[in-house]
Design a binder for this molecule. Structure first.
Ligand code: ADP
Ligand code: MG
Length: 358
């Protein structure tokens, strides 16, 4: 098992230049590793402005961290040779919110599919290129004869986004980073596109980082979920426990605001912050304190560490301060790994560690 891509203590502050006014901490102290094997689906969930796109851009090398580093096969992106950078650009593909931005309106759709194949020298002839493209389009449920030869405006939003999925898979990457891939697509098509994204990543053995503001689709397609709140991780872990029994007051709020299919589940409304929470200063203490119904004195002092409350879950909240702090800073220490039996973590006293483990 080797690490494909790694965020090591990454912080991104905008406006950290000459004038230190109006600084935005878009992401703070974020550490995560994506291994080459087995393929995993990780969702990054958070409301608008929580730092999701910043994280995607950092992982793709489109923006550089203010501190910390992004590493590809253990090497800082900033230090890759031209050859390594090319490999990185092939291995890690992106799908963005608005596929329209990727298309040049004056070129047919074929162009956007042909370019990466040629750029990475993956085909020897036009015929081979065409075969690969047809195969990719069919894999995402598009009919090649209805897609090729068309201009971007002649396709629907859903078709354009499917072409993007086909394009991302065409170069056989190891990881796809999809930033809100279905938020501009008709609601009726969202589930199908997500489902095809999931099946395809599984079939092709590609890992996926699925970025969304929608906890439910995150739950539907991912193995693990990371909940971001104002640039910090509120809660992370295996998708089941995070969604079924949310711990962090922010995750509870997110879950509470969506109708659950299970009628026995209580719906909760957004609650008012506690008396102490009302006094919270957004620049110090827990970032969520000003909205938190459980805020205590200690929450005003320092943002909480990530407590490992269960084997497959960490929560940044003082309500769980009895639990051990996540050993090491990497979130994936608390992730369930598909296909790997036994404890994923050499958990230093994780709360529900099975007694039978060595
Ligand atoms: P999300 O994708 O979750 O909506 P973003 O990563 O786009 O969040 O933004 C996180 C924060 O960083 C926001 O407060 C946003 O205003 C700020 N931000 C994002 N990009 C820039 C930028 N280029 N310059 C200044 N601030 C930015
Ligand atoms: Mg965004």
């Amino acid at each position: 098992m080797t690490t494909l891509l790694e965020a090591r203590g990454v912080t991104k502050i905008y406006g950290a230049g000459l004038f230190h006014r109006g600084q935005t901490v878009a992401l703070e102290g974020f550490s995560l590793r994506i291994e080459t094997e087995p393929p995993t689906i990780t969702a990054i969930v958070g409301e608008s402005g929580s730092g999701k796109t910043t994280l995607a851009r950092l992982l793709l090398g489109m923006t550089i961290p203010t501190s910390g580093a992004i590493l590809y096969h253990g090497k800082d992106l900033r230090k890759l040779s031209r050859r390594e950078w090319r490999e990185f650009r092939r291995d890690v593909q992106a799908i963005f919110q608005d596929p329209y931005e990727v298309y040049n309106p004056f070129y047919r759709v074929d162009h956007v599919l042909l370019t990466p194949l040629k750029k990475f020298g993956l085909v020897k002839s036009d015929r081979e290129a065409r075969e690969r493209i047809v195969e990719a389009l069919e894999a995402v449920g598009l009919r090649p004869d209805e897609t090729l030869g068309r201009y971007p405006h002649q396709l629907s939003g859903g078709q354009r986004q499917r072409v993007m999925v086909a394009r991302a898979l065409l170069v056989r990457p190891r990881l796809i980073i999809a930033d809100e891939p279905v938020s501009m697509v008709d609601a009726s098509l969202r589930a199908t596109i997500l489902e095809s994204l999931r099946t395809l990543t599984r079939d092709f053995g590609v890992s996926l980082i699925y970025i969304t503001h929608d906890l439910i689709t995150a739950y539907q397609i991912s193995d693990n979920i990371i909940v971001l709140y104002r640039g910090s991780v509120a809660e992370a872990g295996h998708a089941e426990p995070v969604v079924q029994e949310p711990q962090h007051p922010y995750t509870r709020l997110l879950i509470g605001s969506i109708p659950m299919p299970d009628p026995d589940r209580a719906w909760s409304e957004e609650q008012d912050p506690s008396e102490i929470g009302r006094l919270a200063d957004p620049r110090s203490g827990c970032k969520f304190a000003s909205r938190c119904p459980y805020a205590m004195e200690m929450c005003l002092e320092r943002h909480p560490s990530l407590y490992q409350t269960e084997r497959y879950r960490v929560t940044a909240c003082y309500l769980y301060r009895e639990a051990p702090v996540l050993a090491g800073e990497y979130l994936d220490e608390a992730f369930a790994r598909p296909g790997v039996a036994g404890p994923a973590v050499a958990a230093s006293g994780a709360v529900d560690e099975p007694t039978s483990s060595p």
